[in-house]
Write a protein of this length. Structure first.
Length: 406
């Protein structure tokens, strides 16, 4: 399959058994068929010709300075046009703690990195459109990149979409079908089969996702290394674990190439209302299911983990953390006090750092990833302002009540 990018991708490789390899095309959307079964689903990753990676990979001489195109050698072919995704800032919030603010992406979330890759696969495969099961950021991002590539998009979501997400989908012309969670994955398959749409979300019991998708998240690690060097630890809001895996693999590749001295410790930060990755590691399992209680962190509230998360934490000597809604609200407020307004799920990384167990210490610069904008929260739009009394006496009283003194 031809591409206009400079990708060095060579094959798809099983995470269940790294000796098992598949051709690069077509992209596998059900994980590894040889190692997966009814009781376990193993993802695949993309392999590259690392011998041809330019020595100036991090500095990028002669390559684009914006968008994922900057990192094209270590990404799947980027056939779909980009939207300037990536290149998000590292904001220091004090004491050597940095925030990698993914809300600065085109659709205000980290999912843009993933969908540049998945929609590229759809376009190169000749699909007329993409289909995605999502109640939030993934659907909004897929719709944007499909529109950019001239493809149709079907989103199987929820009738309770956050207002900003619903507005995104409407603007991009996606076909939105609000259905129950249990109906989304069977319908995704049926739409893919009957209409030839390319599925860009998960189709397996133990989340495997799209073969190309998590590769886009490696660019978070590349950017951190290029801007900061090698951090001591990275705290990552975690649902299915694709972002966690991508960041780990990105640093592992840089270490393999001799561009960093090692891989930082990764900390997954899941809602305490569920926490399947933490449960899988406690039980010594590649993946498991858990009951999920109510949580406002809808973006990372998952009943099942992916083996990708286990691989990332074991490969980085990392640790699985769980954080409750109260801790995430505190972290969200702390970030807002620094001028960063993020979705509650996005604050899980900082919440993990702030509630780190006493038996755990981290050294060196710490990076907390925030994944999406505060506009994506479900409660956005509930606040209403009433007209204020403009008399000076009333205004002065309000300011003093807020702690402002002349």
């Amino acid at each position: 399959m031809a591409s206009t990018s400079t990708s060095l991708a060579t094959a798809q490789r099983s995470l269940g058994d790294p000796d098992i390899r598949y051709p690069l095309w077509p992209p596998l959307t059900r994980g590894c068929p040889q190692t997966s079964s009814d009781t376990m689903s193993y993802p695949v990753e993309i392999d590259y010709d690392y011998t041809r990676v330019p020595p100036d990979f991090l500095t990028g001489q002669g390559r684009p300075r914006s968008g994922l195109d900057r990192w094209a050698p270590l990404l799947p072919p980027l056939d779909a046009p980009g939207l300037g995704e990536g290149g998000t800032p590292l904001v220091e919030i004090g004491d050597g703690v940095y925030v990698k603010d993914e809300s600065r992406n085109p659709t205000w979330s980290h999912k843009d990195r993933l969908n540049r890759c998945t929609v590229s696969a759809a376009l190169a495969s000749g699909a007329p459109g993409v289909v995605v099961a999502s109640s939030g950021n993934h659907g909004a991002s897929a719709a944007a990149y499909a529109a950019r590539a001239g493809l149709r998009c079907v989103v199987l979501g929820s009738s309770e979409l956050p207002p900003a997400v619903a507005s995104f989908l409407s603007a991009y012309g996606a076909v939105v079908l609000p259905v129950a969670v249990a109906e989304r994955w069977p319908l995704t398959e049926r739409i893919a089969e009957e209409f030839g749409f390319h599925p860009v979300s998960n189709l397996t019991p133990f989340h495997t996702g799209h073969a190309f998708g998590a590769e886009g998240y490696k660019t978070v690690a590349y950017e951190i290394a290029a801007d900061l060097g090698e951090p001591g630890a990275v705290f990552v809001p975690t649902g299915y674990g694709e972002l966690l895996f991508g960041i780990w693999k990105g640093f592992a590749e840089l270490h393999r190439l001799g561009l960093v001295s090692g891989v930082p410790r990764l900390f997954s930060c899941e809602p305490a209302a569920g926490g399947p990755l933490a449960a899988a590691l406690r039980q010594g399992l590649p993946a498991t299911w858990v009951d999920v209680a109510d949580t406002e962190a809808y973006g990372i509230s998952c009943p099942v983990n992916s083996y990708r998360g286990v691989r990332a934490l074991t490969g980085s000597a990392g640790r699985a953390l769980t954080v409750d809604d109260e801790a995430m609200h505190r972290a969200q407020a702390e970030l807002a006090g620094q001028g960063l307004w993020v979705e509650l799920s996005s604050a899980a990384g900082l919440a993990g750092l702030r509630t780190l167990p006493d038996d755990e210490t981290v050294e060196g610069p710490v990076v907390c990833v925030t994944t999406s904008s505060g506009f994506k929260d479900t409660r956005v739009g509930e606040d209403r302002l009433t007209p204020a009394d403009p008399s000076w006496e009333a205004v002065r009283a309000r300011l003093r009540a807020a702690g402002i003194r002349s």
